[in-house]
Structure formats: C-alpha cells, structure tokens
Design a protein around this ligand. Structure first.
Ligand SMILES: [Zn+2]
Ligand SMILES: [Zn+2]
Length: 174
C-alpha cells in the first residue's frame, strides 16, 4: 500500500506507484542520491507569521525577507464588463482600465520569510510554486524550520483575553 510522500527531487506531494516513480517529475522517489535530505517544501499563506528562525539553516534570526509574487486571477466577468464600458464611451473605458490595473496590482502573494544574513548571501528564498486561489506559496526550507512552523512556534501572538480592556465587567442591564 502506498501513501502520499514528498518527492525527494521536486518536493511535490505525490502518490507514487509501487515502482516509486514521481508522477510530477518522473524521478524515483526512493532514489535519494543527489538530493538534500535537510530540505523540504513548506506552504506559506499570504501574510502568515513565521517563527524567527532562518528558513535555510534553522538558526535564530530576526531578519525577514519579503517574497512577493503576483498572481493572475481568473475573472470571467472582466471581458463583458469591458465591452459594456466600451459601448458607454471612450472616457469611461479609460477609467475602467485604470481601475482594472489597480485591481490587478493587488493580486499578489506576500510572505515575510525569515532568513539570516549568511544564507541571504546565497540568494533570497524562491517559491517553487504559487497558488493563486488560496494565495499561498510553497518554498523550499530547512526541515528543522518546517518543524518549528508545524509546532506553531510563532512569536508571541497575544491572546484575545489580553486585549479585553475590562474582562470582569458585569453584564449590561437592558
Ligand atoms: Zn518529483
Ligand atoms: Zn541561515
């Protein structure tokens, strides 16, 4: 019985056949030669907070690198809208294109990835894939770093209770 594994070559989550051949890249998931066992893929959501540890070496760091990827949203309504505006006149058409351009520029996935000074020298983190629907990107990280993320080692996210100005206020009488 086979189960979902992370391909050791392309880091895609796959369900390989018994032979072990990766459906995504065609290499054998059982063959680990030439692969880096310290690396794994991590899916990060837009604006998600990550623990202050370098994604490449796993050491503590307070340096974060912004990784920005634009995504193209499939929007079926645009073409018909554009036609209506075209019929309404050139002036409105111009306005529409300005608005459309503005909307498009907001279709980006931004994540702040922790990366120490030393690892930064080897280049900033590059996503191996970007999910435009879920606004997530997958990057290659240190296995230890992923563990920290999975364990939820996120810098002090204050609980809602701490923000309650007066937790013991008596219920208001109506
Ligand atoms: Zn593969
Ligand atoms: Zn590092």
């Amino acid at each position: 019985m086979s189960s979902i594994v992370e391909c050791t070559h392309c880091y895609t989550k796959v369900l390989p056949p018994l032979s072990g051949e990766c459906p995504a890249c065609g290499k054998n998931t059982k063959d680990i030669s030439g692969t880096d066992p310290t690396r794994t893929s991590l899916s990060i959501g837009h604006g998600e907070e990550l623990p202050p540890f370098c994604c490449d070496c796993g050491n503590k760091t307070d340096r974060f690198v912004k990784v920005i990827r634009s995504v193209s949203q499939k929007d079926g309504g645009v073409d018909s809208l554009r036609l209506i505006y075209f019929l309404l006149g050139w002036f409105l058409n111009v306005i529409f294109f300005i608005l459309a351009a503005r909307n498009r520029s907001s279709d980006v996935v931004v994540v702040r990835v922790p990366q120490c000074r030393d690892c930064r020298k080897n280049g900033s983190p590059k996503p191996i894939s970007v999910n435009s629907e879920k606004l997530r990107m997958t990057i290659l990280v240190n296995r230890h770093f992923k563990q920290l993320v999975d364990e939820g080692t996120v810098p002090s996210a204050p609980s809602a209770a701490e923000f309650d100005p007066n937790p013991y206020s008596p219920p208001k009488s109506s």
